[in-house]
Write a protein that binds this ligand. Structure first.
Ligand SMILES: [Cu+2]
Length: 315
């Protein structure tokens, strides 16, 4: 259902873009402007993703549509921030999404150190949490929320933790990883400009895990960050606990939308035995489909989509 809703929203967005296009054409009567916009429309009609005409991926902006992410001075060991609303004052009312009013995700710029935590809201609009910034480095903090009466937003801000930093190379692409004795395998490859299913399968000691516990309203929560700018991507679970068809493992399926070819780091939070674990994968999205080649090839080999970065880790 989420997919249908999103597609419906996309259609409304297209209608708005078309409306704007013709409005601009009439008002300024400028053929070049209209021609340019028509190219953008054609790209949409063929399913290509156009970041400039469409919405940007989440997390790239510190301020969007009137809302601004503002870190707040906090005692040692604590991380605090506010969301300033269109009137300049801290927002104090939020809708619940994925079981929470606020999701705070942090990762270093080298994509290490991922944490996903849930701060507490004080009456004055300040969000506080034990700091998830585990050590020195250049961090990106993402606030993923929906202000009551507004659209869902993900804002991002850089936060520096002083100290000696050893930058870590991005681990090589892989389809299997282990965390705390659990093995998680990934099937599916994200394709730019279209919704792609990604299935993560959890096992332990060679046995499929069939009693995953709901976490944030699903049997898993997946965040994807793009290498290079840490664009934060929306990934929706395909099915929810109790819907009559979604099983508590071993497989959890997500619908991912990636805006471009390139490397992404996936972070799967899943809960079992009362604890949340995070399994991480590097994936390489294939080249974007074009009208000449509507069926793009699979993922580019390591070093293909990433030329100029021979420092790819092979550990
Ligand atoms: Cu969360």
């Amino acid at each position: 259902m989420r997919t249908v809703t999103r597609l419906a929203g996309f259609a409304v967005g297209l209608a708005a873009i078309f409306g704007t296009t013709y409005g601009v054409g009439r008002v300024v009567d400028s053929a070049p402007v209209v021609e340019g916009r028509h190219d953008g429309d054609a790209a949409h009609a063929t399913g290509e993703h156009d970041e400039t005409a469409d919405r940007l991926p989440g997390g790239l902006l510190v301020s969007d549509r009137g809302y601004t992410l503002e870190p707040v001075d906090a005692p040692a060991g604590e991380f605090a921030f506010r969301i300033a609303g269109p009137n300049g004052r801290p927002v104090t009312r939020y809708d619940v999404a994925h079981d929470k009013q606020m999701h705070l995700i942090v990762a270093r710029r080298d994509l290490s150190g991922f944490r996903h935590v849930h701060p507490e809201l004080a009456p004055d609009g300040t969000w506080r949490v034990d700091t998830p910034l585990a050590g020195p480095g250049q961090w990106r903090a993402f606030a993923d929320f929906a202000p009551t009466g507004g659209e869902p937003l993900t804002l991002g801000v850089d936060v520096t933790v002083p100290g000696e930093l050893t930058e870590r190379p991005l681990p090589a692409p892989a389809t299997s990883t282990t965390v705390d004795g659990y093995t998680v395998t990934l099937t599916g490859t994200p394709q730019p400009g279209r919704t792609s299913p990604l299935t993560l399968t959890v096992s332990r000691a060679g046995q499929p895990v069939t009693d995953l516990e709901p976490y944030l309203g699903a049997y898993g929560h997946l965040v994807a960050l793009r290498r290079g700018d840490l664009a934060y991507l929306h990934v929706h679970p395909d099915g929810t606990p109790g819907d009559g068809r979604t099983r508590p493992g071993p497989a959890v399926t997500f619908l991912a939308e990636v805006p471009s070819a390139g490397s992404y780091r996936l972070y799967l939070d899943f809960q079992h035995g009362g604890r949340v674990r995070t399994a991480e994968f590097t994936v390489v999205a294939g080249t974007a489909p074009t009208r000449d080649n509507p069926t793009p090839s699979g993922p580019a080999p390591t070093g293909g989509a990433d030329h100029g970065t021979p420092g790819h880790g092979h550990n």
